[in-house]
Design a binder for this molecule. Structure first.
Ligand code: ATP
Ligand code: MG
Length: 504
C-alpha cells in the first residue's frame, strides 16, 4: 500500500518537473500593491527595464516608469478602474513601441498608433520603439534644403532648413497652430510627409486642424497623432515620442518629414503630473529635475541625415505657449536652448491686425540661412534692417508734425513692408511670388500706395506678372535665383503695370 503511494508521489513530482513552465517563470509575474491616478505600484517583478511594457491580468497595459528597490512604478495607458490590489502583472520584455508604415498617412491615430478616425484598421509595415537614441554626429549633415513655410514673414527673414528645429512660441491665441497648419498646407507636392502631434488639446481643436488640412488636400501626406486633454497623462506624455517614431520610419527611408508638436508646454505638464504621482521630488515650478532631458531627447531626434544614411530629414516645429509674453519661464528657456531658433508671436501685434504676429526683433533662425535659395537670399537682403529702422523711426516721430522728405520716405517704405508681411490664413505664397514681392518692395514699388491698398496692389501685380510675364516666374522657379536681367524684367513689369493702370 505504502509502496504505491510512494510511486504516486514520484510520478506527480515527475509530471510537475516535466510540465514546468520555464517561460512563465522567466516572464516574472508580480502583484499590484496599490493603484490610483493612472499609476500602479507592482511588487515581485525584479528585472523589469525602464520603459518596458507590462500587462495586467485584465489585459490593461502599462509602462515601467520607476524602478525602486523592491517594487516598480507603472504608468497605465488605459483606465485604472479594472485594476485591483493583488492582481497579477506580467513582463513582456518589450519596450513601448508604435506600429509604423505608409498606411498611417491620411489617418488620425492615438499615441499608441490605434486609429481613432473610424476609418478601420491600419496595415502597418513594422514596429518602431517610441524612444530611440538620436542620430550621432557622424550620421548627420548640415541643413542644405529649405523647408518653405509659404509665409513671407518667415521664409524671408527666418528661413527654415530641412532637418532644423524651429520653435513657435507665443501667448495663447496668437496664431501658433495656424503657422503650423499653413506650413503643412504649403508642403503640397514637395514630397514632405507631415505629422501633426496634438498634446493636451481640446478634441474640437484637433478636429478643426484636421478639417483645415482635409479641405486644403493636405491629409494626402499628413498623419495626425492625437492625445487630447481628456486622455490620460500617460498618453499625452508618450504622444510626441510616438509621432517621432512614425516620422523616423519615413526619415530612415531617405524621406523628408515635418513634425509639429502642439504643444510642448502641455507635454511638460503631463510629465510633471506623472512624476509627482510617482513621488519624485519636484524642482523649479514643480517640474521634475529631468524635464530638460524630456524635451532634448525628443528634439535631438530631428535632424538631417548624411548621404550614407540615406539623406532623409526630420524638421521639427515644436510649439510653446507663454504667459503674458514671458519667454524666461522654465520650460520656454529649456526649449529655446534646445532648438535652432524661434518664431516669437506677440499678442499686441496680433490684436493690432498684424497677422501672422511675428515679432521681427525677437525671432531668429540660426541655421536655416544656409538652406535658403539664392533668389530669396538676394531679395530679402535688406528687409530686416529696413523694418528695424522703421520701428525706431515710428516711435521717434510719433509726435513730430513736419518731417523731412528722407524720413517720410523711410516711414512709407517701412509701412508698406509691414503691410506686405500680413498674410491671411491658408494662403501660402510660392517662393517665386515671395521673391517678386520682395524685389518690387526693394524698388519702392509699394511705397506710393495708401497703406490699406498695399495688399490689394500686391495681389494685382502678382497676378499681372504671372499672366503677362510667366517667363519671370519660371526663371525664378527653375534657377532658384534672380539673375540681374530678371530683376530688370520685374522692375519693367512693375512700371508697365502702373502705366496700364493710369491709362484705364
Ligand atoms: P491657442 O493658444 O488656443 O492654441 P494659437 O496660438 O494656436 O491658439 P490659432 O488657433 O492658430 O492660435 O489662431 C487663433 C485665431 O486667430 C484663430 O481663430 C485663427 O483663425 C486666427 N488667425 C491666426 N492666424 C491668422 C492670420 N494670419 N490671419 C487671420 N487670422 C488668423
Ligand atoms: Mg494652438
Amino acid at each position: 500500500m505504502s509502496e504505491i503511494n510512494a510511486m504516486d508521489v514520484i510520478s506527480i513530482i515527475r509530471e510537475q518537473i516535466e510540465n514546468f513552465d520555464w517561460d512563465e517563470e522567466s516572464r516574472e509575474i508580480g502583484k499590484v500593491i496599490s493603484v490610483g491616478d493612472g499609476i500602479a505600484t507592482v511588487y515581485g517583478i525584479d528585472h523589469a527595464m525602464y520603459g518596458e511594457i507590462v500587462v495586467f491580468e485584465n489585459g490593461e497595459k502599462g509602462m515601467v516608469m520607476d524602478i525602486r528597490r523592491t517594487e516598480i512604478g507603472v504608468m497605465l495607458f488605459g483606465r485604472d478602474v479594472g485594476i485591483s490590489e493583488g492582481m497579477k502583472v506580467t513582463r513582456t520584455r518589450k519596450n513601448a513601441g508604435i506600429p509604423v508604415g505608409e498606411g498611417f498617412i491620411g489617418r488620425v491615430v492615438n499615441a499608441l498608433g490605434e486609429p481613432i478616425d473610424g476609418k478601420g484598421d491600419i496595415a502597418s509595415a513594422g514596429y518602431n520603439p517610441i524612444e530611440r537614441p538620436a542620430p550621432g554626429i557622424i550620421d548627420r549633415k548640415s541643413v542644405d534644403t529649405p523647408l518653405e513655410t509659404g509665409i513671407l514673414a518667415i521664409d524671408s527673414m527666418f528661413p527654415i532648413g530641412r532637418g532644423q528645429r524651429e520653435l513657435i512660441i507665443g501667448d495663447r491665441q496668437t496664431g501658433k497652430t495656424s503657422i503650423a497648419t499653413d506650413t503643412i498646407l504649403n508642403q503640397k507636392g514637395k514630397n514632405v510627409t507631415c505629422i501633426y502631434v496634438a498634446i493636451g488639446q481640446k478634441a474640437t481643436t484637433v478636429e478643426k486642424v484636421r478639417n483645415i488640412l482635409e479641405k486644403g488636400g493636405a491629409m494626402d501626406y499628413t498623419i495626425i497623432v492625437s492625445a487630447t486633454a481628456a486622455d490620460p497623462a500617460s498618453l499625452q506624455y508618450i504622444a510626441p515620442y510616438a509621432g517621432t517614431a512614425l516620422g523616423e520610419y519615413f526619415m530612415d527611408k531617405g524621406g523628408d518629414v515635418l513634425i509639429i508638436y502642439d504643444d510642448l508646454s502641455k507635454h511638460a505638464v503631463a510629465y510633471r503630473e506623472i512624476s509627482l504621482l510617482l513621488e519624485r521630488s519636484p524642482g523649479r515650478e514643480a517640474y521634475p529635475g529631468d524635464v530638460f532631458y524630456l524635451h532634448s531627447r525628443l528634439l535631438e531626434r530631428s535632424s538631417k541625415l548624411s548621404d550614407e544614411k540615406g539623406g532623409g530629414s526630420m524638421t521639427a516645429l515644436p510649439i510653446i505657449e507663454t504667459q503674458n509674453g514671458d519667454v524666461s519661464a522654465y520650460i520656454s528657456t529649456n526649449v529655446i536652448s534646445i532648438t535652432d531658433g524661434q518664431i516669437f508671436l506677440e499678442s499686441s501685434l496680433f490684436f493690432s491686425g498684424m497677422r501672422p504676429a511675428v515679432n521681427v526683433g525677437l525671432s531668429v533662425s540660426r541655421v536655416g540661412g544656409a538652406a535658403q535659395t539664392k533668389a530669396m537670399k538676394k531679395a530679402s537682403g535688406s528687409i530686416r534692417v529696413d523694418l528695424a529702422q522703421y520701428r525706431e523711426l515710428e516711435i521717434f516721430t510719433q509726435f513730430a508734425s513736419d518731417l523731412d522728405a528722407a524720413t517720410q520716405a523711410e516711414l512709407s517704405h517701412g509701412g508698406a513692408l509691414m503691410q506686405l508681411l500680413k498674410q491671411p490664413l491658408s494662403h501660402p505664397m510660392s517662393m517665386a511670388d515671395q521673391v517678386i514681392t520682395l524685389e518690387l518692395a526693394n524698388l519702392r514699388y509699394f511705397d506710393s500706395f495708401d497703406k490699406k491698398d498695399v495688399k490689394k496692389e500686391q495681389g494685382k501685380i502678382l497676378d499681372y506678372i504671372r499672366l503677362e510675364h510667366p517667363d519671370i516666374v519660371s526663371s525664378i522657379e527653375s534657377t532658384r535665383d534672380v539673375a540681374d536681367d530678371v530683376k530688370d524684367l520685374i522692375a519693367a513689369a512693375g512700371e508697365e503695370y502702373k502705366k496700364s493702370k493710369e491709362q484705364n
